[in-house]
Design a protein around this ligand. Structure first.
Ligand code: ADP
Ligand code: MG
Length: 397
């Protein structure tokens, strides 16, 4: 499918696509919409920012609209799971846009917020549940809803949903699903092999669509790294943030305490800065994200909770204040910048202890990361850096 008009979308969908200004399907959309609409299980892998949400929402909505409207309501039929509350809220938003001319009721079930509105949404006979796992389990256990009628099960950021942190909750939720036929869809920008093996147990003869190029982050993201002692990091961060082109910056930290610490340091410098991590209340998290989105806050300090999927326009820079532990997290963090047509830059702070990880990330990335100096400290990038097993090391450019 090379254009939206090629496919016999329901008129209500066609109208929404047009109003959103989507002129043609993105590559992941053009290869997954048809198999999904046919009811196949699908694994969809594509770079961040390439429209994966619409890739699973459009055909699911299409299938739903083809059903007999007189069919009796038996419970929610579509279940979409997301790893974070912010991301679930974003998926809910996308559905509301894509389904705005259709009657496709959604219940958004997130932790950290009161039950009242969610109970109301569940009382409204929703067709779709978009949820984070913990709160959904609560609702099912309290019999506020059931998942027996679910026949489309969707994991967004699937590799994260199937990793060790979430797996027990996912298993529990799968136990709540009905025994009948079901379609399972998994989408992500990254899908490492061990997770793919796990995933295959949940899938039936899946169509695997992988449109991620060998170079794993968009070309238009400039990527650089500073070799730096840990104690100098706050100073480098301040200097970077003071640069005039740092208009909208996400700063990623490894730990919540670190995020709070930098938040304090940077706030003291007079920057408008928000912080987002899982120990902050949901009200605070929502406010931090809203203020960053609408530009009233130029800097957002966050943990990996904000690394995946968030579609924020015009993020000029991503700074890895702490280098992520692995390639997948790197790709997701860096993908917060240069969304849609925009350009962006990602800068990583690399301490002596990070060199192995850095080499591995760069090798997996398939393209060199520019090296920068700070305060005239020359990096030992080339001087006997242990390179990750088999990971070819590039010289300084
Ligand atoms: P991903 O999940 O792949 O990171 P999203 O689903 O968040 O990407 O989509 C990124 C942005 O692209 C969103 O703002 C969305 O509205 C937009 N988008 C999606 N599909 C299209 C399309 N076919 N044409 C133009 N923009 C699109
Ligand atoms: Mg996404």
């Amino acid at each position: 499918m090379n254009s939206f008009s090629e496919y016999p979308f329901d008129e209500r969908i066609r109208k929404a696509i047009e109003e959103l200004g989507f002129t043609k399907p993105t590559p992941i959309q053009s290869q997954t919409i048809e198999p999904i609409a046919e009811g196949r299980d699908v694994i969809g892998i594509a770079q961040t920012g390439t429209g994966k949400t619409a890739a699973f929402v459009l055909p699911t909505l299409q299938r739903y609209l083809q059903r007999d409207p007189a069919e009796e309501y038996k419970g929610p039929r579509v279940l979409i799971l997301s790893p974070t509350r912010e991301l679930a809220a974003q998926v809910d938003d996308s559905i509301k846009q894509l389904a705005k001319h259709a009657d496709f009721r959604v219940a958004l079930l997130l932790g950290g917020v009161p039950y009242g509105k969610q109970l109301q949404a569940l009382g409204n006979d929703p067709e779709v549940i978009v949820a984070t796992p913990g709160r959904l389990i609560d609702h099912v256990q309290q019999k506020n809803t059931h998942l027996r009628a679910v026949d489309v099960f969707i994991l967004d950021e699937a590799d994260r949903m199937l990793d060790m942190g979430f797996m027990p909750a996912i298993h529990q939720l799968i136990g709540f699903l009905g025994k009948g036929e079901r379609q399972t869809l998994m989408f992500s920008a990254t899908f490492p092999d061990p997770i793919a093996r796990l995933a295959s147990r949940l899938l039936k003869d899946p169509v695997r669509v992988d449109v991620s190029p060998p170079v794993r982050t968009p070309e238009k993201i400039k990527q650089g790294a500073f070799y730096i002692e840990k104690v100098r990091k706050p100073r480098l961060l301040r200097e970077l943030l003071a640069l005039p082109n740092m208009t909208s910056v996400m700063v990623f930290c490894g730990m919540k305490v670190e995020a709070d610490f930098i938040h304090e340091v940077i706030s003291g410098d007079g920057f408008e800065v928000g912080v987002l991590h899982s120990d902050r209340g949901q009200k605070e998290r929502t406010r931090a994200l809203d203020e960053f989105r609408n530009g009233s806050c130029a800097v957002l300090i966050a943990t990996d909770i904000a690394a995946r999927g968030l579609d924020i326009k015009d993020v000029s820079h991503v700074i890895n204040y702490d280098l992520p532990n692995n390639f997948e997290d790197y790709v997701h963090r860096v993908g917060r910048t240069a969304r849609a047509e925009a350009e962006g830059e990602a800068l990583s702070f690399v301490t002596p202890g990070d060199l192995l990880t850095f080499n591995k990330i760069e090798a997996d990335l398939g393209r060199p990361i520019e090296r920068y100096d700070f305060e005239g400290v020359t990096m030992p990038w080339e001087a006997g850096i242990p390179s990750a097993a088999g990971a070819g090391r590039r010289g300084r450019r």
